[in-house]
Design a protein around this ligand. Structure first.
Ligand code: GAP
Length: 514
């Protein structure tokens, strides 16, 4: 099945099984805003717990905060968001649709890549086992011709972005005859900058209102609290401040489900270090973070780093952790060495000294910062995509199963009486009451046991416990494993240890490098 179709299946599965709903659905939805449903919220909370505990429990020198979404508007002036948090947009006069000029051009570049991939696929079919893809890409005249055209466009595009040259972006769109996918015309307006921050007013009377922004990142809430945390927590460098919270961006092009949203959630950690030591710590966090991802066991080959060639003016190193989504490798997390830019800017704009006195060096300075910033929703999407399988069974049957990393599963154990009589429901409730303090459990007595297994496969429940006639005699149950579908007979008393071994977040945390 084409990856595009797989993705559509995942999106509809997420709705059908109570993971993600479109926001305000009965009013026909709200663009790029989503609600997490009964299973989705549990999965999301488990992801957040995994991140929070990996940061704050495993590192003695990282503490958490929860700063407000509204902040003083000057913060966004200092951070550069008022002046530079823009996307270049262009409108089509016929369809009246708005696009990101850079995305239209990126899509055009992607068409060249697709053409090359088609040539490669054709040749692979023709040459079979003998095919040497690398050699073909480097020598085939047709591929080289397409590649040269692609590189030319890419270089022109990159220069226009670097020079912030909006006229040149429009000229590229015209020169490459890029048409509006809806109207099919080239009737474009000029390219303009569009600020992504949502603005609103705070205050009750006309004189006292002021413009405030919904934060576009949680990071600034950390920077402006640097001194508060450092002093009250008696923190010594190097140390980190972690935060999880909502962020808002008025994205022009919102697509790919929860990949690009207008309201989303971030998990950010700013690690403050001595100037000159930042690249060592950048490397440290790069490896620590990829290990955190890989520990989930979704396949090491699904991750890659994408080091930034073009750095923001204040950064001296940056990389993305990309995950293989059905629509290609995409950024899930960014790791940035942001120098002392943010703290210095806040010092300048607030007029307050923001420095750290280093007792070992006996001097004060503005700390440098390594930032790790991951989107909760993108992480959620990566987990969903990697776990989803439409499995053909030996019996000729098929099932949809979510092979969720077990500690993240919304329900760890389903408890199913085989029939609704002979004391089985009561026994099942007894087991539920024993387990529910440690694990998220669900009691389910409706439909045949086979149907109940399928329902729990579809939401990724690692274990199903079935209470049957034998249970009433010897206090054993059948324990069915989601992935292997194997069933074994176990004593009720052994259930906590078995479930805990596989599903406990602590065990997962213990696999992380310290
Ligand atoms: N403080 C740095 C910062 O905000 P970013 O690369 O703009 O950096 C960090 O965002 C992460 O936030 C991204 O890697 C992504 O996972 C997530 N993110 C950004 N914009 C998003 C959006 N519109 N929808 C969902 N997640 C988003």
């Amino acid at each position: 099945m084409a990856q595009e179709d797989v993705f559509k299946r995942i999106v509809s599965h997420a709705k059908e099984y109570g993971f993600v709903f479109p926001s305000s659905e009965i009013y026909d939805g709200l663009g790029a805003v989503y609600d997490y449903a009964q299973n989705g919220v549990e999965l999301k909370n488990n992801i957040k717990r995994y991140w929070w505990e990996a940061m704050t429990l495993l590192h003695e020198n990282i503490v958490g905060i929860d700063s407000a979404i509204f902040m003083h508007p000057t913060i966004w002036k200092a951070s550069g968001h008022v002046d530079a948090f823009n996307d270049p947009l262009i409108d089509n006069r016929d369809s009246k649709k708005r696009y990101r000029a850079d995305v239209l051009i990126e899509d055009e570049i992607a068409k060249f890549d697709e053409k090359i991939n088609k040539e490669v696929a054709k040749a692979a079919k023709r040459f079979g086992e003998q095919f040497n893809e690398q050699m073909f890409r480097q020598t085939n005249p047709r591929v080289l011709e397409i590649q040269a055209k692609r590189d030319l466009l890419h270089a022109r595009f990159e220069k226009a972005l670097n020079d912030n040259d909006l006229n040149e972006l429009k000229q590229i769109i015209l020169d490459y005859e890029i048409v509006d996918p809806i109207s099919g015309t080239k009737n474009w307006t000029d390219v303009r900058q569009f600020n992504l921050m949502f603005k609103t007013q705070m205050g009750s009377s006309a004189d006292s209102t002021m413009d405030v922004y919904l934060r576009p990142e949680t990071a600034q809430g950390i920077f402006v609290n640097f001194l508060n945390v450092q002093k009250t927590g008696r923190m010594r460098l190097p140390f980190g401040i972690a935060q999880i919270g909502k962020a808002f961006r008025n994205e022009i092009v919102a697509r790919q489900f929860i990949f690009r949203m207008r309201e989303f959630e971030q998990m950010e950690m700013q690690f403050f270090v001595r100037p000159g030591e930042e690249l060592k710590w950048f490397d440290h966090w790069k490896h620590t973070r990829i290990a955190w991802h890989k520990a989930l066991g979704m396949g090491d080959e699904k991750y890659r780093f994408h080091d930034h060639e073009k750095l923001a003016h204040y950064a001296n190193a940056a990389t993305d952790i990309e995950f293989q989504m059905p629509f290609g490798f995409k950024e899930v997390e960014g790791i940035h060495s942001r120098t002392n830019f943010d703290l210095s800017q806040h010092e300048k704009f607030s007029g307050k000294k923001i420095q750290y006195f280093d007792p070992e060096l006996n001097q004060s300075y503005t700390p440098y910062v390594i930032e790790t910033s991951i989107g909760v929703d993108r992480m959620f999407l990566s987990v969903l995509c990697a776990s989803f399988e439409e499995e053909k069974l030996d019996s000729g049957d098929s099932r949809v199963v979510l092979h969720l990393p077990r500690p993240l599963a919304p329900v760890k154990c389903a408890i199913l009486p085989l029939v609704k009589k002979d004391g089985m429901p009561e026994k099942a409730h007894e087991i539920m009451n024993m387990l529910k303090f440690d694990f998220a459990c669900k009691y389910d007595e409706k439909d045949s046991v086979g149907k109940r297994y399928r329902r729990h496969d579809a939401i990724g429940t690692p274990f199903c416990v079935t209470v049957d006639g034998q249970t009433m005699e010897d206090n054993t149950v059948t324990l069915r494993d989601r992935d292997t579908m194997q069933q074994q007979r176990v004593a009720i008393a052994d259930l906590p240890a078995i479930i805990s071994k596989e599903c406990s977040l602590n065990n997962l945390l213990k696999t992380l490098p310290l």
